[in-house]
Design a protein around this ligand. Sequence first.
Ligand code: SF4
Ligand code: SF4
Length: 208
Amino acid sequence: METFKRTIKYEEELDPHFRDAIMALEGGEHLSQCIQCGMCSATCPLSIYMDYPPRRIIAMTRAGFKKEVLSSNTIWLCASCYACTVHCPQNIHITDIMYALKQMAIREKRYPRGFAVPALAQSFFKMVTRKGRSSEMRLVLSVYLKISLFKLLSMAPLGWNLLTRKRLPLKSESIRKREELALIMKGLEANYSSAHPVGRVFGSKHTK
Ligand code: SF4
Ligand code: SF4
């Protein structure tokens, strides 16, 4: 027998805490004043590739569509160009909201699987907070091991070409006083957590 899936959500299935968490952020406090003018979507250079353009992301966040917003590709395609924020007549900091949504998506593991951008963001953040530098080779390996071993293998010829032309350094780079970096990151983390109820950056504990 054919089954039909419900395509709408009832109000009780929405998450009002989601909206409150975003509104507690600096710049997110004006979320409820969005007039749905669409200026953000019109100015966004990437909206044609997004699951939901910025105007809809704002509307869905305000309404509590947490699952849909966090698992959309929109927040990962956002290039942080700030065009939407500059043009928003209601002074909504859309770009900062996109950052907050990325952090929440990673912390709650709701980002689209097999999509390189969240994996890259996580790996880069971990590497830089641990070593103070990013190493291209390790970054690429870490990202593709997370998203697809097959894709990694298919890139082997390119990797070999880069290696033989000394364009892909194998050496892992690190700053000298890593303990000082760890202290700075710990301080930033504490400040960030107290100022933002949305929570810890990328859900990671910092390092030695
Ligand atoms: S530009 Fe601002 S007010 Fe207009 S739809 Fe986008 S977020 Fe809402
Ligand atoms: S900051 Fe992101 S959402 Fe806003 S216009 Fe730029 S790419 Fe689009």
